[in-house]
Design a protein around this ligand. Structure first.
Ligand code: VG1
Ligand code: CO
Length: 547
């Protein structure tokens, strides 16, 4: 077996964002690009040496364009770096939560996940890669920073010459000195779901006149949803739509929100809509939940799941605590308070939840960006959230909308929306943020209509477990009544800059909780525009995406 050391030119400016490295496919296909990143990962995790004896890794992706080629390159590099065994999902497929599940179940050293999540795929689309550690979660900043530093200085990478591994057939193969085990990508994950939820109750619900529509958006969750929802739980065949994963996701954005999951939205707002609608993203870690003609914000979904958690067998003993990302609404905080458990506010990105879950401080985590999950794995988990909702609906015999109305009446409603301005020129986006931050000194105490500014800051977070500090995580403007405006630049976009504005208004009065969110938030939206001079500086009349 030939181990080649290939000379390479280091990276210049490709700093991985919140979820690993994401770039256009063409960038990943450019000479040595993927190889550099993978070698930087191996050098970092193996201390610039060969892998320790018996090292096993998990490898899989969301099936997007370039997934199969990347799998073969990474396998040959793993062999050259002394890895003993790689578990690969059949066809190169593993959803992000399934990869996390497999890393944990087989106690591997870690895993490589190939995905650009909700970003479009295909030859003109995006590709991505990230490293997850032995707990099954995204590598913490300490490791991602070290990988980045290494990628800028390495002078070569190691790869063996070998024929391609037949990844389309499960079984055991050899690649040089390395074992490759091609595994069923669904089985371990499905087994874990059966252990957490009341499949008997859900089966009964679905056997009645309850209608379900799950939109896999031609992305990775298709095979998972068909196996679990249709085969194991008996949902009517056809309940899963767009269930065949395609390399370009059928040309769409595999992003489960009201804009990009429009096919599902049309079904759920039609006269004969089913009772529950849900969608997931490219790599299966996001979820959108819809009732009949009714949208559940991800922030509310987290709060409802927390309030009803004990209805699911895996959570019957109660939850240890909740964590939410800073821009996520405080709806979950109110539930945590009532349950008498702690609620943590972390920066955006799932990697910040890992330490809290490992330390047993939280059970449930969520982000406003359609991410919900728990300590069953160390990633957010789209299908898990859908199963949780099915479990709750099976036990409570109410509609999705009724559950929310009751929830708001009990806890108050955190009316919420996010406005995204995509593909802005990076310098204009940076100027908006700088300008806004420059006004922070004068804002506290100022009155805008019904609102009075209580505080403003640039969010920073000190990890309560390891003490690491993350700064520059978003500009917050908090009002006296708990309402908030948050400005944040995306770390996952690949074209220019994406500015996200998060708006939240607290409504304690049940008679006003049913109002349209955009109307209730109009005064805050106007304040956001006035403070940032957004329309004037960008020339944009409206956001690209409203959720
Ligand atoms: C976005 C979301 C963030 C999420 C991240 C990864 O990041 O806002 O909440 O953790 O995507 O999600 P940003 O930096 O663009 O706002 V994904 O589903 O990788 O899996
Ligand atoms: Co995702």
């Amino acid at each position: 077996m030939n181990i080649n050391s290939v000379a390479t030119t280091p990276f210049k400016d490709q700093k991985p964002g919140t979820s690993g490295l994401r770039k256009k496919v063409a960038v990943f296909q450019s000479p040595n690009y993927l190889e550099n990143f993978v070698q930087a990962v191996f050098d970092t995790i193996f201390g610039n040496a060969a892998a320790p004896p018996d090292t096993a890794l998990v490898l899989g992706g969301d099936g997007r364009y370039y997934n199969r080629e990347a799998i073969q390159i990474i396998l040959r590099m793993a062999a050259a770096n002394g890895v003993a065994r790689v578990l690969v999902g059949q066809g190169g497929i593993l959803s992000t939560p399934a990869a996390s599940c497999v890393i944990r179940k087989y106690a591997t050293y870690g895993g490589l996940i190939l995905s650009a999540s909700h970003n479009p795929g295909g030859p003109e689309g995006d590709f991505g890669i990230k490293y997850n550690t032995a707990n099954g979660g995204p590598a913490p900043e300490k490791i991602t920073d070290a990988i980045y530093a290494r990628s800028r200085e390495l002078s070569g990478y190691r790869i063996v010459d070998a024929p391609a591994v037949p990844i389309d057939k499960t079984g055991n193969y050899r690649l040089g000195e390395m074992d490759v085990e091609v595994i069923d990508p669904v089985a371990d994950y499905a087994e874990l779901m059966e252990a957490l939820f009341d499949f008997g109750a859900i089966r009964e619900l679905l056997a009645g006149d309850f209608g379900l529509c799950f939109d896999a958006m031609h992305a990775v969750t298709g095979p998972y949803a068909k196996e679990i929802l249709e085969r194991r739980l008996g949902a009517a065949s056809g309940s899963v739509i767009n269930g065949v994963p395609l390399e370009d996701f059928g040309g769409g954005h595999p992003d489960p929100n009201l804009t990009y999951a429009h096919e599902l939205v049309e079904i759920m707002y039609a006269v004969d809509a089913p009772d529950l609608g849900a969608a997931s993203d490219g790599d299966g870690d996001r979820n959108m939940i819809l009732g009949r003609g009714f949208f559940v914000t991800p922030s509310d979904s987290l709060a409802v799941i927390a309030a009803n958690a004990i209805l699911a067998p895996g959570y019957a003993a109660g939850i240890a605590g909740i964590a939410r990302s800073m821009p996520t609404s405080a709806a979950a905080d109110r539930v945590a308070e009532k349950l008498g458990v702690p609620c943590f506010e972390t920066p955006t990105g799932w990697k910040f939840f890992g330490n809290l879950m490992d330390a047993g401080k939280v059970t449930l985590c969520g982000e406003e960006s359609f991410g919900t999950g728990s300590s069953h794995v160390r990633e957010k988990d789209g299908l898990w959230a859908v199963l949780f909702w099915l479990n709750i609906l099976a036990k409570r015999h109410l509609s999705v909308e009724q559950i929310l109305i009751k929830h708001w009446a009990e806890y108050g409603r955190n009316v919420y929306s996010r406005h995204d301005y995509e593909a802005l020129p990076s310098d204009i986006a940076a100027d908006i943020m700088a300008h806004l931050k420059g006004r922070f000194g004068e804002l506290p105490g100022q009155v805008f209509g019904d609102y009075r500014v209580k505080f403003c800051d640039d969010f920073s977070y000190t990890d309560p477990i390891d003490g690491s500090v993350s700064t520059g995580q978003g500009l917050r403007i908090g009002m006296d009544d708990g309402s908030r405006i948050v400005f944040r630049l995306s770390g996952t976009g690949t074209e220019g800059a994406t500015l996200r504005i998060y708006l939240e208004a607290f409504e304690p009065d049940p008679s006003r909780q049913g109002a349209d969110a955009q109307l209730s938030l109009a005064p805050l939206i106007a304040i956001a525009d006035e403070l940032s001079q957004l329309r004037q500086r960008t020339g944009r009349e409206r956001p690209t995406v409203i959720t």
